[in-house]
Write a protein that binds this ligand. Structure first.
Ligand SMILES: [Zn+2]
Length: 193
């Protein structure tokens, strides 16, 4: 069974090297809708796949980090990156360009990491990320499945290289959240065998 939770945020970016100059040469924003789809063949003690209220915690915190922020690609020109950081306090730097496709892949890996680090306490079993859908506009979205998120053909994404600005982290309930998620050794395989 698949369950889905929607999250939204407003975010700014430039997508370098895309085919339209509006996109590749201008800072602009989108109202994103992110669909987090989780899957399991089992139900927990509450006869749910995964309690939606659990998703409101770390998953919501990470996705909400992008709200009213600018997302920077570490491969962009250093002058641009430095200027954005100098004039905006909410930014996220990623090792990949902030296209809808990469947002879907990055958020897949983030949610997968949260699940891997979450102690299941209500009988949840083998809950996995089925996919992440990143809607960049009302008419276009990208959907990443496990194979996409981990695809070497699309380029591996190293979570360690994702940096949240200090203002973003300061707003988290636990400012060490990202550090803890990165250092945590997954206690179980988050993907289906
Ligand atoms: Zn755009």
């Amino acid at each position: 069974m698949i369950i889905r939770k929607l999250f939204t945020f407003e975010n700014a970016h430039i997508v370098r090297d895309c085919s339209t100059r509006r996109c590749s040469e201008n800072i602009h924003g989108h109202s994103y809708t992110i669909e987090v789809l989780l899957e399991s063949n089992y139900l927990d003690h509450g006869q749910m796949v995964y309690d939606f209220s659990l998703m409101k915690r770390q998953i919501k915190t990470l996705i909400d980090s992008f709200d009213h922020a600018i997302t920077l690609w570490s491969g962009d020109e250093q002058g641009y990156i430095d200027a954005m950081k100098a004039h905006s306090n909410r930014w996220i730097e990623m090792p990949v360009s902030p296209s809808a496709e990469q947002f879907a892949r990055v958020i897949f890996l983030m949610v997968e990491r949260v699940l891997a680090c979450t102690q299941m306490v209500n009988g949840e079993r083998e809950v996995t990320v089925q996919s992440i859908i990143a809607h960049e506009t009302q008419t276009g979205y990208a959907q990443a499945f496990q194979a996409d998120a981990h695809s070497p053909l699309m380029g591996s994404i190293d979570l360690e290289k994702i940096i949240f600005s200090s203002q973003v982290q300061a707003e988290w309930e636990d400012p060490q959240l990202w550090e803890k998620l990165l250092s945590h050794t997954p206690t179980r395989n988050p993907t289906k065998v």
